[in-house]
Design a protein. Sequence first.
Length: 79
Amino acid sequence: MENELKKIYSGSLVDAEFISSVMEENDIQFLIRNFQEESLVAGWAANTIEGDATVYVFAKDYDRAMRILDEMPNARIEE
């Protein structure tokens, strides 16, 4: 379970990249899943308005990441 990924954010790619920079500043490893880019690589374009990207962290860092996000204004957090 140590390597389990947990979703902390789902929304725009711009916000996901900002959140990833905050995670990096706090030494929290993360993964960004960019659905628009995935669809382009696959040869088709996804029709996404919201939810273009999702940010994941390891389960061991989840609570700390969520505390950090709670302090960020306007963050749309997934639980």
